[in-house]
Write a protein of this length. Structure first.
Length: 86
């Protein structure tokens, strides 16, 4: 049950961070999103929001690693156009 709450709170904080970036007309990037989340928890006093913010940052980092892996072909099988023909 606690995990569900933390996950929902992390999603809310991600949404708040994206909304803030859009309101400020800042380009949304992994770095900008991570910075915004760090900034949000820096002055936060509610422990649940701090944990959720840290979880959201970890989710962003995990997604960054996944995207980089896809971009550079790390951890995936070669597709039909990338397979050796002989």
């Amino acid at each position: 049950m606690k995990n569900d709450f933390e996950e929902k709170m992390a999603d809310i904080m991600l949404g708040e961070a994206v909304t803030a970036l859009l309101d400020e007309e800042v380009a949304i990037s992994w770095a900008a999103l991570t910075d915004r989340l760090r900034s949000a928890i820096e002055h936060e006093t509610d422990e649940d929001r701090i944990r959720a913010g840290l979880r959201a940052i970890e989710e962003v980092r995990r997604e960054m690693r996944l995207r980089d892996g896809e971009k550079y072909g790390v951890g995936r099988a070669a597709g039909p156009t990338e397979q050796k023909l002989h």
